[in-house]
Design a protein around this ligand. Sequence first.
Ligand SMILES: *Cc1c(COP(=O)(O)O)cnc(C)c1O
Length: 397
Amino acid sequence: MNKPAQSVDAHSVMFITPRPELTMVEGKGSWLTDNQGKRYLDFLQGWAVNCLGHSNPGMIEALNAQAKKLINPSPAFYNEPMIRLSNLLTENSCFNKVFFANSGAEANEGAIKLARKWGQLNKSGAFEIITFDHSFHGRTLATMSASGKPGWDTMFAPQVPGFLKADLNDLDSVKKLVTDKTVAVMLEPVQGEGGVIPTTKEFMQSLRKFTQENNILLIVDEVQAGCGRTGTLFAYQHYGIEPDIMTLGKGIGGGVPLAALMATDAVACFVPGDQGGTYNGNPLMVAVGVSVIEQLLAPGFLESVRTKGELLSKELLAISAEFNLDGERGEGLLRALMLSSDIGAKLVELARDRTPEGLLINSPRPNLLRFMPALNVSDDEIRQMCNILRELLKQLS
Ligand SMILES: *Cc1c(COP(=O)(O)O)cnc(C)c1O
């Protein structure tokens, strides 16, 4: 356990983000262990990815069984878990067709292409997509252009054209941008990277009505909010609406690279040559996806996510009251605590470096903390996390 001065020699790893001087070597449930044997309570879970926690037995079994059977027949053939997962997703949603991809950005690229194709066939080449300020849709050129992250419009200029930004929860701001070139509106049911900002029910419902009346597609990006995260299998189900296109990522693979583009029959207009990808529907990944979705659909599971979400919400509100903070918000187990000053980054660091056990949390904005634990996190772990937060907030006050 004696820590060398420089514990990590990572000079050949491309520098894209500052990383702490440690390597993670093991995970189990809500806990990660680093190379020094220190344990961390993980309320990041790979950025809302590991919905069943670390080393989920069902996922491991699915991965092992599929690896022994068939890893890659090529995307030119159907495979068993690809069909199984497609059926599971369509039987439990309003969508009829599924295309599997490797990342959320790739699924969103597919959604953008599908909407543009639909516009070519049905709306005289309409191609403009209205997205929202502070939204996040991925890091490819088109999805960066679709995103409403400040500064991203000039970062790798020129942008992919055709994305106009409205204000979330403001239908008039959408209406103002609509022209005969508008093909779709695309949004996150809960803006994740933007700071856990839920789309209101009233806005979502009026947006659906407006888009339907004006022959405009509605695309929901559920890469972060989907797959049980908000307490229903898909976040759109909270709103009593049916979108035309949905994208999934993160949670659907529970930690392996898997994403999905889903569409209704009326909109699924790709023909051979339009869409593909070397790993689309790769059996190893979709087999894990089957295990994940089956576990999310197990009796009582989603209900327990809602209960745990309520517990986390209640605890965060109590902390907010104790420390004079600005409250909390979110849906299910995607929540944020609003701090009253810009101490987010400091808290993240203190939490991680705390001994004997660290805590992993995230601060997407300087004045808030985001929590995205495993959906099977225990009540005790939620309370433990909150008590660590209390301890750290005391230190800073
Ligand atoms: C993370 C995220 C993406 C991008 O997913 P990647 O797998 O990182 O490409 C897209 N949309 C939303 C809402 C996300 O949270």
